[in-house]
Design a binder for this molecule. Structure first.
Ligand code: AR6
Length: 190
């Protein structure tokens, strides 16, 4: 299975792959920048402050413009006065991104001592629950927790792909480097 998937990859573009899981969910893998994706929802790997950071969070705020930060500040001034918990998700405008909404979620920091897999799965499930509530049918995810939060990408890929099954629409994982793309491709080919 894996071999067939890889050879399909080689015959076609190296950087895009698509497959259906279950009856409802179309998974796409893209090697690229999530801020360029034309989708209903872009998921942000944020932190609990919701006030921006580095990595994909920094890129989303930079490309999306100040409207996203203003919306995040409004959330902090309201219901999210204590910030967003790990595994939770909340939507804002997508500002100038070519998407309709950004759904912010907070991944768990990798721990070798403690199994935090359920929290990483919660990020994906809750982001999709929020997306579904908005009527979104196409949702782009980065490889949550695999950067600053140091989660091993093979493990993150397995958790991510398993936890999006059942979404009625397209889930596009947008991987920023070849190693992350290969890790997701390996899981998706199983
Ligand atoms: N498009 C797609 N993926 C990207 C992009 C991009 N433009 N830029 C980076 N990545 P990280 P985390 C990948 O560190 O580990 C922030 O400071 C990156 O290569 O962005 O969840 C937040 O504010 C990696 O594979 O998120 C938090 O404090 C993946 O996105 C903290 O980092 C996630 O890396 C969250 O850490």
């Amino acid at each position: 299975m894996h071999g067939r998937f890889r050879s399909a990859l080689c015959r076609r573009a190296q950087h895009v792959q698509s497959r259906r899981i279950g009856r409802m969910t179309q998974i796409e893998l893209v090697l690229g920048d999530i801020t360029a994706q034309e989708v209903d929802v872009v998921v942000n790997a944020a932190n609990s402050s919701l006030l921006g950071g580095g990595g994909v969070d920094g890129a989303i705020h930079r490309k999306g413009g100040p409207e996203i930060l203003a919306a995040c500040r409004a959330l902090r001034a309201g219901h999210y006065g204590r910030g967003l918990g790990v595994g939770q998700a909340v939507a804002t405008t997508a500002g100038r991104l070519p998407a309709r909404w950004v759904v912010h979620t907070v991944g768990p920091v990798w721990s070798a001592e403690q199994d935090r897999s359920e929290l990483l799965a919660d990020c994906h499930r809750n982001a999709l629950r929020v997306a579904e509530g908005l009527g979104a049918r196409t949702v782009a995810f980065p490889a949550i927790s695999t950067g600053v939060y140091r989660w091993p990408v093979a493990s993150a890929a397995a958790i991510a792909v398993a936890s999006v099954a059942g979404f009625a629409g397209v889930v596009r994982f947008v991987l920023f480097d070849q190693a992350a793309f290969d890790a997701y491709a390996e899981v998706a080919s199983r």
